[in-house]
Design a protein around this ligand. Structure first.
Ligand SMILES: [Zn+2]
Length: 153
């Protein structure tokens, strides 16, 4: 799944589960469940060579940037609009937890140096992926994003 819908799910969990000790691990688990939703991402149906060259690395970076912007936006929204500092902290941590597996794995794709436990994480993530072709693979993520947004607001 793209990083931005993952982040929205994390932000929604922070809003629904008040205890960060529960919300943050749940956001991490929901990353793997989110990847079970049939989806299309920049690595879907690609070879390793296609992942490393051309527009895909730039698109991944843009999605990562958008995900960070969403997480920071809702953290500041909780802090300044809702005036709730504990929600703000939980939102930030859940946002990070919701993309952590991909954030750890993605740089690993671009380096020659292989770290064993990240390779294991990559294997788990590959098993947990359910890919879908366009446009359905994006429509499912729009639905996930909108439902999460409705929960947050
Ligand atoms: Zn993932």
């Amino acid at each position: 799944m793209l990083l931005t819908p993952h982040t929205l799910v994390g932000v929604a969990i922070a809003r629904v589960v008040p205890n960060p000790l529960l919300a943050v691990p749940l956001a991490l688990v929901m990353h793997f469940l989110g990847d079970k939703v049939p989806h299309w991402d920049f690595y879907s149906f690609t070879t390793r060579d296609q992942r490393l060259k051309g527009w895909r690395p730039i698109a991944v970076l843009a999605d990562f940037g958008l995900g960070i912007a969403v997480g920071v936006f809702f953290t500041l929204y909780a802090l300044w609009v809702r005036n709730d500092s504990s929600l703000a902290i939980s939102t930030l941590l859940c946002g990070i937890a919701s993309v952590l597996p991909d954030a750890l794995e993605t740089p690993h794709i671009y380096t020659e140096k292989k770290i064993k436990w990240i390779e294991k994480l990559t294997t788990i993530q590959k098993i947990m992926q359910t890919q879908a072709p366009l446009p359905w693979g994006v429509i499912t993520q729009i639905v996930v994003g909108l439902v999460s947004l409705a929960i947050v607001l």
